[in-house]
Design a protein around this ligand. Structure first.
Ligand SMILES: *Cc1c(COP(=O)(O)O)cnc(C)c1O
Length: 461
């Protein structure tokens, strides 16, 4: 539809959000030691901390909940979910899990091997944690255009670099590489998509050396939409034709249903390999629940079965991807430095460029998170010096990351473009007064540096 510009739904039920005053927010920030994770959600006006588990369900999903039956052996909700997953993924075997990381855990038990490499574009944190516990060696081989926070346009910044992959195979031998995992979209660099051509070529290369391919597919529909819009030969294909082709190149897929499942909790492992299914079933019984629910209640499986279908609707995806783009474009017009092109699930503001006078060791992106909450009650998240900073193992000297950003994650079907405008206005206001802001000092970081952002405490300088 040529003039279609608004949300492809109407609002049937609303949830009130609280507006606080600036002095209340200053107190809240102080009480939270200036860490957004420590602010109560009820004190947030527009919550852009994450896109995970925050989707709004449709009337169809809410009514499906009522159809949910008990969750145990052979329950009927499982078969509905199985049908829906088979339809979208085109893979024959399905094991539900309580959330994505449980599917990751099972997948890692099967595909990650001690002392062997796991090639990925950018591995998700929970797989990385599993791999490390198993003694496997995860390597990130995203193309150079996707590895750095830059603004050069590339349609598929989530692609895997085939040359790097070939070199590792040549250097270490195929027997030392246990799996290739392609994350669609690539979460860690901003929800950047992977092209069908890249999935096909990575799969062909892996097949040549008998290395299995797994798709980590939390945002599978968003990736499919980017392929439809940007890749030659796909504009007349339906989203499901595209998702099925994507998964035709892998042996197994994992999914966090908290993103493109359009539900608040749940996960999926799907495979074409019967042996993988059997191991997954057994691991599920030990860790998750019986095969036909894997930690999900019947009603949650019903809602997910519907959500997986809705997320493949083109009207929905057009609205979804364009809302993220709308926010990105408006910020760009206001002169605010963002990472381009915008990806599937959020906009990343470049903290170093926003506050050039605040050095990285004084947490410029975290300062921006604090300013945005203080000014407008909008909660975003730092992905920079605090979240990704580390320490030298021997000297204890801090190591500062390449990425220094504030992520504004957009929940699915939750906010309107008027909310996006509030974010733009608030950031513009902060940007015009940027000289007045000073940095921050980390005063508490807990014991595990890689997890410090969740519980850290700060002081304003
Ligand atoms: C969120 C996510 C996971 C983990 O899923 P949870 O449902 O949060 O446990 C794994 N992989 C990717 C790519 C994700 O985005």
């Amino acid at each position: 539809m040529k003039f279609l510009t608004a949300e492809p739904f109407r609002i049937k039920m609303v949830e009130k959000v609280k507006k606080t005053t600036i002095s209340e927010r200053q107190q809240i920030l102080k009480d939270a030691q200036f860490n957004a994770f420590r602010i109560k959600a009820e004190n947030v006006y527009i919550d852009c901390l994450t896109d995970s588990g925050t989707s709004a369900m449709s009337n169809e999903q809410w009514s499906a909940l009522m159809l949910g039956d008990e969750s145990y052996a052979g329950c009927k909700s499982f078969y509905k979910l199985e049908e829906s997953v088979k339809d979208v993924f085109g893979l024959p075997y399905v094991q539900p899990t309580h959330q994505g990381r449980a599917a990751d855990y099972i997948m890692a038990q099967i595909y990650a091997k001690q002392g062997k490499y796991a090639i990925g574009n950018m591995h998700f944190d929970t797989f990385r944690g599993n791999a490390e516990m198993l003694g496997a060696l995860p390597v990130d081989y995203v193309i150079d255009e996707g590895a750095k926070a830059n603004n050069e346009y590339h349609a598929f910044k989530g692609n895997i670099d085939l040359n790097k992959m070939q070199s590792l195979i040549d250097e270490k031998g195929k027997e030392n590489i246990s799996v290739v995992i392609i994350t669609i979209t690539c979460n860690n660099n901003g929800g950047q998509p992977v092209s069908m051509k890249n999935i096909r070529e990575v799969s062909a290369l892996a097949k040549k050396y008998d290395i299995p391919v797994v798709l980590d597919s939390a945002r599978l529909a968003e990736n499919a939409y980017f392929i439809q819009q940007r890749e030659e030969g796909y504009k007349d294909k339906s989203i499901k034709e595209i998702t099925r082709e994507m998964f035709s190149y892998c042996e197994t897929a994992t999914m966090s249903s908290k993103k493109d499942g359009l539900v608040n909790m749940g996960g999926v492992l799907a495979t074409r390999n019967k042996e993988v299914l059997e191991i997954a079933n057994q691991l599920a019984i030990v860790h998750e629940g019986f095969i036909t629910y894997g930690g999900m209640s019947g009603r949650d499986m019903e809602a997910l079965a519907v959500g997986l279908q809705e997320v493949c609707e083109e009207d929905y995806l057009e609205y979804r991807i364009n809302q993220v783009k709308y926010l990105g474009n408006r910020l760009k017009e206001a002169g605010i430095p963002i990472i381009q092109p915008t990806g599937g699930h959020g906009v990343y503001v470049d903290g170093r460029q926003f506050f050039p006078h605040i050095p990285q060791y004084e947490f410029p992106s975290q300062r921006l998170v604090v300013a945005l909450y203080e000014e407008a009650g909008v909660r975003a998240v730092e992905l920079g010096a605090c979240a990704f900073g580390s320490k030298d193992q021997t000297t204890g000297e801090p190591i500062w990351p390449e990425l220094e950003t504030m992520r504004i994650a957009i929940s699915r079907r939750v906010y309107t473009n008027s909310h996006m405008d509030v974010i733009v206005n608030a950031l513009s206001h902060i940007y015009s007064n940027r000289d007045q802001y000073r940095g921050m000092k980390l005063i508490y970081e807990g014991r595990i540096t890689s997890l410090r952002h969740f519980t850290a405490g700060f002081e304003l300088l």
